[in-house]
Design a protein. Structure first.
Length: 95
């Protein structure tokens, strides 16, 4: 599946732009509308930092199912990115 297949590419572009702009509410709302396959597709195309932020925004079940579908190398990269100080700072700013 390509990004263009995810809601005509619109949802993927909205999520990418929202993450770049720090608009977590929009990224979250758009991501929750995705199927697991679409979630994986979007996660695969994001930078490591954006992937980690989006992953943290997902509901637990969606995140768990998407993680299982990611290729092992991206699972490893995601786990490492989740420990990144910049990713943590994004969520620290919400407190």
């Amino acid at each position: 599946m390509t990004v263009d297949m995810v809601s005509g590419g619109g949802t993927a572009r909205i999520i990418t732009r929202a993450l770049s702009d720090g608009d977590l509410a929009t990224a979250d709302a758009e991501a929750q509308r995705l199927t697991i396959a679409q979630t994986v597709d979007v996660l695969e195309r994001l930078s490591a930092q954006h992937r980690a932020v989006l992953y943290r925004l997902l509901p637990k079940e969606q995140a768990s199912e998407a993680f299982e579908e990611l290729p092992p190398v991206l699972q490893k990269d995601l786990l490492e990115a989740l420990k990144d100080e910049e990713v943590a700072a994004v969520f620290d700013d919400l407190d």
